[in-house]
Ligand binder design. Structure first.
Ligand code: PAF
Length: 289
């Protein structure tokens, strides 16, 4: 695996590869590093479906709010490189902030509507940062396919819509959430949890499992489902709910009828959660239908 920190050198290498492999496909896995098995699964999938796999590791300041964890976001470049190599990445792109933003960016990619709820409501400006950096990375790498984990299902919906609206020639490939044996979704932020918080954090996945059972009940509606989930999460004394939402997916609209909640009738429903344990905000979701 080759590592690049310079956009110019990465582009040069990609140009050479494309010249030598005119029919070859480029798969891309954008990340913010501190990689875990979830990222490895995206890299392995890309490896299986493309001739060349590029991984980026860049902690993007633009998607963090002023009081968020940009400075303390966990970083481990050597471990990241080892995981990328093991999972089968061919090129690792690890630019610094000056390389990606040599000037204060005055051009941004904003996706409306999908970004004013869920994490967009709790983290104003977050998705403007995501849209902008992903769009820049797509222009740099020019992948045929890009792989994103569904733990950030709203991010997947936003990026799919951005790619569609802007006619970007890339296929967005949503991939399943990878979990710990006890069900906690893998996240780079899990390292912040104390032992007690970690133990209680399983309540997110448990609540989503319960939601699946409750959704099967005839007559359940979105408000009733939400209430039950909130009450279930309340069993974990350290959990502080940021949001619990039941919406259509990928439009992220309130479901307009009880029937829409019933699986297998054409509409998909997302149950999305964001819960804080101390200063650590965890998200999880399940998509039904
Ligand atoms: O999901 C992430 O790690 C980031 O939001 C992404 C897509 C790499 C953009 O910085």
């Amino acid at each position: 695996m080759l590592t690049y920190t310079s956009i110019r050198e990465l582009r040069e290498r990609l140009r050479e590869w494309r010249e030598a492999n005119p029919k070859g496909k480029v798969g891309f896995v954008p990340t913010m590093g501190f990689l875990h098995e979830g990222h490895a699964s995206l890299i392995e999938r890309s490896r299986g479906e493309n001739g060349l796999t590029v991984v980026s590791v860049f902690v993007n300041p633009l998607q963090f709010g002023p009081n968020e964890d940009f400075e303390r976001y966990p970083r481990d470049p050597e471990r990241d490189a080892a995981i990328c190599g093991r999972a089968g990445a061919d090129l690792l792109f690890a630019p610094d902030v000056r390389e990606m933003y040599p000037k204060k960016t005055i051009t941004k990619v904003l996706v409306e509507q999908l970004t004013d709820r869920l994490c967009g409501a709790s983290r104003p400006g977050h998705f403007d940062g995501v849209g902008t950096v992903v769009s820049k990375l797509f222009h740099i790498v020019q992948p045929d396919r890009a792989y994103f984990g569904l733990k950030d299902a709203q991010q997947v919906a936003v990026i799919e819509r951005m790619a569609e609206d802007l006619n970007l020639p890339v296929e967005i490939v949503p991939c399943p959430t990878v979990r710990e044996p006890d069900g906690l979704a893998l996240s780079s932020r899990n390292v912040y949890l104390t032992a007690e918080q970690r133990e209680q954090a399983v309540v997110l996945n448990e609540a989503l499992g319960k939601a699946e059972e409750w959704l099967a009940e005839p007559g359940i509606d979105a408000a009733g489902l939400r209430e039950r989930i909130v009450a279930y999460i309340g069993r974990a004394p350290l959990a502080v709910i940021d949001y619990v939402e039941v919406l259509t997916y990928p439009d992220l609209q309130p479901p307009d009828s009880v029937a829409a909640l019933h699986i297998g009738r054409g509409s998909r429903i997302i149950v999305a959660l964001a819960v804080k344990f101390g200063g650590t905000r965890l998200i999880d979701n399940r998509i039904f239908g």
